[in-house]
Design a protein around this ligand. Sequence first.
Ligand code: ADE
Length: 226
Amino acid sequence: MRIDILTVVPELLTSPLNESILHRAQEKGLVQIVVHNLHDYAHDRRKTTDDYPFGGEAGMVLKCEPVFELIEKLQSERHYDEIIYTSPDGVRYDQHEANRLSTLDNIIILCGHYKGIDHRIREHLVTREISIGDYVLTGGELAACIIADSVVRIIPGAIGDEASALTDSFQDNLLAPPVYTRPAEFRGWRVPDVLLSGNFAQIARWQEEQSYQRTRQLRPDLLNEE
Ligand code: ADE
């Protein structure tokens, strides 16, 4: 899979995309993540990527020219399955969407920008608008990191323990069960006996019950019981 991320602040993406699981997934060749600086596609002396909005509102708007030039260059090199724009107006991001994106070959993520982007980019280039939640960030870079992180970690082979991505919270609309590690007793608080029993059928049953209980208690909306 290849993920191209387009931004005016590439520095914001450097560390989240180049550590830990995302770093290893790239090293293993499971994914190629390419960050593009939109300023490189602005051709005036000051490398301007934004301009004042028509109509006189406050804030700056990302211009068409650098975005069209870069995306059309990328599209001349390969087919893109989705051109995503990160915006609070978009469809709410969830695990189903992460799963779907992880099956695609090539995606572009265009990071949103302060006041917005010229609407012609949304009309004529973008194929999907994604919001990571009902709140407003200063830009779309953190949202792009969240999308890339959640997509890459479920690519087969990205996580050491293949099974663990499938037992994540949300993978079956349930929250994950509690987990414990050594010591079996800490400050008098014991790990549930069943986990020390070695009886894997019983452990699996306990984990399933815990998942349901926690989901009912914390996120009943996931069970449609609200
Ligand atoms: N840009 C600003 N706020 C955002 C949000 N909630 N989701 C995605 N992109 C954004």
